[in-house]
Write a protein that binds this ligand. Structure first.
Ligand code: NDP
Length: 477
């Protein structure tokens, strides 16, 4: 069976030196890998190693760092097939999506290899002297990530961290650490100095907490639940650490009366159900103009019923199992609450039948009609494959409903009138708005949340800046 080792100070720790846990496939409970479970002591050792490696890495020329990042990207691509298979086995997503995730992560390393070269300073001549502004690496970073996109979301942190000249300790999710660790191993194999990249496993409440609390880490880059982010921010305050927090979402999807309904329904189904709705920018609330509600609903149901569900390792599968029974139970609970309060079930709403589904955490993609804001499903993050529909009369009303949330990560609007699209995009309270597109992620552009969806931005030059300190040097002449 595959063995997943921690990497500390340039060494892969033998699995036998720690308590070992078995990671199982959510599609059938078959064992996938053995993982060593680290402790606070391991986290401390990894932080010390990253601290020791920092002077060398931070002073390495940007061209050299770029060269190593490109080599790391090449190694990730070379190993993409095997890493993707492990990702599907531990997390459940279909192989085609797992492959896309690994290749995208390699692309992020390439992108930041070049972005790191553009970390240029500023110069000003004044009557009293000269001023120089430098952007220097913040120090050792703790990179803490969740299970839904364990490789992608780690690459968003690793790329800018290394390009900026920071060293890191990564802590992948306890229940899906395998592919993420293989990703870090490829970077380590590309020839980075010992201690620059470290990965420790173990419970967030111990290993993660040590990375956050220990004064050695100067920056915490975290993706996960809002509650965990809140705690991390409070701890980081004790040492005034830099934080970037990518937290929960509850994304609205507005369909105006003049929208291309076929296109909107296909886009909605894709964004609500891919990765079984376990995406922070997943569609969680659908608001549809009264006059097109029947047509849109029919098409959405049609698109939903076409999706093929099964073990992610099988070809031609669109949806795998959910990640855990816990996630499935939460989805059912939110759905039941909605039905009890008057929602109407249009499709899905149960586990698929048949032997192939018996041992996995499968659940059919579900469409609900007649939802309203009293329902949990419209207010709390479900993180499951349910699209609840609510109708509206005016675009103003739809925007008010969309903004009636503690979250503000992504929002989508479909309309054929560009003025309506732009005005709505300006008024929607979200870090990313898609107008006639169902994805707000682009390597070069900032990604992050408003309100309780987070603080700080990843991707683009914003991602790099979050690992840099600013220094003003004043020269008396
Ligand atoms: P969690 O917050 O439970 O865990 C995320 C990571 O934090 C895991 O590695 C976890 O370790 C670790 N952790 C847990 N407690 C602590 C702690 N006290 N100190 C330090 N680290 C800790 O999130 P999930 O894994 O459940 O991920 C799902 C959540 O992630 C959803 O809310 C989703 O919206 C959000 N998310 C946000 C995104 C965004 O960009 N805004 C993108 C993707 C997901 P362990 O696994 O051991 O518990």
């Amino acid at each position: 069976m595959h063995q997943t080792h921690m990497i500390i100070d340039g060494e892969q720790l033998p699995i036998s030196s720690h308590k070992v846990e078995t990671i199982c496939n959510p599609a059938n409970q078959e064992p996938v890998a053995l993982v060593s479970v680290g402790t606070r002591q391991d986290a401390r050792m990894a932080l010390e190693a990253a601290k020791k490696a920092f002077p060398l890495w931070s002073e390495t020329a940007c061209e050299k760092r770029a060269e190593l990042l490109h080599s790391a990207a090449d190694l990730v691509r070379e190993r993409a097939k095997s890493i993707a298979r492990l990702l599907t086995q531990e997390q459940g997503k279909p192989l085609k999506n797992a492959r896309a995730e690994i290749l995208s992560s390699a692309g992020i390393l390439d992108y930041y290899a070049e972005e790191g070269r553009r970390n240029v300073g500023e110069w000003l001549a004044t009557s009293r002297g000269r001023s120089v502004v430098l952007r220097q690496p913040v120090g050792v970073a703790a990179l803490i990530t969740p299970w839904n996109y364990p490789v992608d979301l780690l690459s968003w942190k690793v790329g800018p961290c290394l390009a900026a000249g920071c060293t890191f300790v990564a802590k992948p999710p306890s229940r899906a650490p395998v592919a993420a660790t293989e990703f870090v191993r490829a970077i380590y194999d590309a020839g980075l100095p010992a201690g620059v990249v470290n990965v420790v496993h173990g419970p967030g409440s111990e290993v993660g907490a040590e990375l956050v609390e220990n004064p050695i880490s100067r920056k915490i880059a975290f993706t996960g639940e809002t509650e965990t982010g809140r705690w991390i921010m409070a701890q980081a305050a004790l040492h005034i650490k830099r934080v970037s927090l990518e937290l929960g979402g509850q994304s609205p999807f507005i369909v105006c009366g003049d929208a291309d309904i076929e296109k909107a329904a296909a886009a909605c189904a894709q964004r609500a159900f891919s990765n079984m709705g376990q995406i922070c920018i997943s569609v969680n609330r659908v608001y549809v103009a009264d006059e097109v509600a029947e047509e849109f609903t029919d098409r959405l149901v049609h698109q939903t019923e076409r999706l093929r569900i099964g073990n992610g390792l099988k070809e031609n599968v669109d949806l795998g199992p959910m990640f855990s029974n816990e996630q499935r139970e939460k989805t059912k609970e939110h759905m039941k609450d909605a039905l009890d309060r008057g929602a109407e079930l249009l499709c899905g709403g149960r586990e698929p039948e048949g032997e192939a589904f018996e041992k996995g955490y499968f659940f059919l993609p579900t469409v609900l009609d007649r939802a309203d804001h009293k329902m949990k499903i419209m207010r709390e993050e479900t993180f499951g494959p349910v699209a609840p529909i609510m109708r509206f009369e005016t675009v103003d009303e739809a925007i008010k409903l969309a903004n009636d949330s503690n979250y503000g990560l992504a929002a989508y609007i479909y309309t054929s009138d560009i003025a309506t699209g732009i005005q709505a995009a300006e008024r929607l309270e979200a870090g990313g708005v898609g107008v006639n597109i169902n994805n707000v992620m682009d390597y070069q552009m900032p990604f992050g949340g408003w309100k309780e969806s987070g603080i700080g931005r990843e991707l683009g030059h914003y991602g790099l800046e979050s690992f840099l300190e600013i220094k003003h040097i004043r020269l008396g002449i």
